[in-house]
Design a protein around this ligand. Structure first.
Ligand code: ADP
Length: 367
């Protein structure tokens, strides 16, 4: 382990490099929001459907539903957004509010601790507000129940008084659109899912969409990016706009350290190649820890199958982190498979890591 292999960046960082401190950041390509940095460039967030790139069929349907709701002068039906982190669920909710000409209110399920937290929001909203709840799979049961009635009847059940004299009254609230987002649709109860009229499933973005997103962001950040640099960065961004924007900002740092080009900061192919190698990100967008997970399966478990819990312990990660942040992209890239017997690497993983296959030791291999 740790040997430099062609095509795979070295497993050590170079502290001597001027901008090397960025390499110390944990999981730069991991799509969860890990720093304020992501939210600093709010200007990068698309404001309307035209600026929201990719996810073409989802967008097309949504634009019909939005236009129809506007025509009827009604609130849009409740919207359920499913997809890995960083693909644009919050952004889309905001875009929908903008397109509807409605207010936007945002919270996340863990922030709604008591029914009064939800009631406090829903009694204060204006008509047609788009109310976004992130991580909706983490709602507490009491809040979820309250939400059922709010979503269906635009009313809240409110208990006044205590003990035997307590009684429930129904408070009307303005018609609104709930946008519930989750990375784990399997953990959302069916009564809640059943109350959403529209479901949008996000998929990882196509390379051409990622390039377009990078070009748009570069324009807003006032850096120039050439075609080679854009396609290289797009390929290393895990099909995830948040990762693309984060990498672009780091490439801007590398470009600035190199000194300004004639027309300002220029992100070129050589800046990206050098930058990605400094950050130990390879041609598929994998970081050291992703490669480590694949290596563990290959070297300790003969390529798998290995159960998620065992693998998580071996990799020093929580099972949730492994399942939510590492696996989706490894699976999407064709490097890992989830089978009923556990996780298995594919032939591509051996090829990518340049590790020999020991098929004779594992006759159950799928290839
Ligand atoms: P999620 O809520 O799914 O975790 P976000 O909506 O916060 O993801 O998106 C992360 C960032 O990626 C946003 O700040 C935005 O700049 C960018 N982004 C997301 N989707 C798109 C898109 N379709 N086009 C352009 N930029 C996008």
């Amino acid at each position: 382990m740790g040997k430099n292999k062609p095509g795979v960046p070295p497993e050590t960082s170079d502290p001597g490099f001027a901008a090397g401190k960025t390499a110390a950041m944990p999981g730069i390509t991991h799509p969860e929001r890990y720093s304020e940095d992501d939210d600093r460039d709010l200007s990068l967030r698309p404001q309307n459907l035209a600026e929201f790139l990719g996810q073409a069929s989802m967008k097309e349907n949504l634009s019909v539903f939005i236009a129809a709701a506007r025509k009827r002068n009604e609130s849009l039906d409740h919207l359920f957004l499913i997809g890995p982190p960083g693909l644009g669920k919050t952004t889309l909710a905001q875009v929908v509010a903008h397109e509807l000409g409605a207010d936007f209110k945002v919270t996340s399920a863990p922030a709604l601790d008591k029914p009064k937290d939800l009631a406090g929001i829903l009694t204060m909203i204006s008509e047609k507000t788009v109310f976004f709840i992130d991580e909706i799979h983490r709602l507490k049961p009491a809040i979820e129940e309250m939400l059922y009635i709010a979503m269906e009847d635009y009313e809240l059940d409110w208990i006044i008084g205590q003990g035997p004299s307590a009684r429930t009254i129904r408070l009307p609230i303005p018609p609104f659109t709930l946008v519930g987002a989750t990375t784990k649709a399997g953990n959302v109860s069916s009564p809640l899912i059943g109350r959403f009229g529209i479901t949008c499933r996000f998929s990882f973005y196509e390379l051409s969409d990622m390039e377009a997103i990078l070009r748009r962001s570069a324009g807003i950040l006032r850096v120039s990016i050439d075609d080679d640099a854009a396609s290289l960065l797009a390929a290393s961004s895990r099909g995830t706009p948040r990762v693309a924007n984060r990498l672009l900002r780091r490439m801007r740092d590398f470009a600035q350290i190199r000194g300004p080009a004639a027309g300002g900061t220029a992100v070129t192919r050589s800046v990206v190649e050098e930058g990605l190698s400094r950050l130990e990100i390879d041609s598929l967008g994998l970081e050291r820890h992703d490669r480590e997970i694949l290596r563990i399966i290959i070297e300790r478990y003969n390529g798998g199958p290995v159960g998620a819990e065992t693998l998580a312990i071996s990799a020093g990660e929580a099972v949730d982190t492994l399942e939510d942040y590492y696996e989706p992209y490894l699976i999407q890239s064709g490097l890992l498979q989830r089978t009923p017997r556990g996780r298995m690497v594919t032939a591509l993983a051996y090829e990518h890591l340049k590790l020999p296959r020991k098929d004779h030791e594992n006759p159950g291999f799928l290839f």
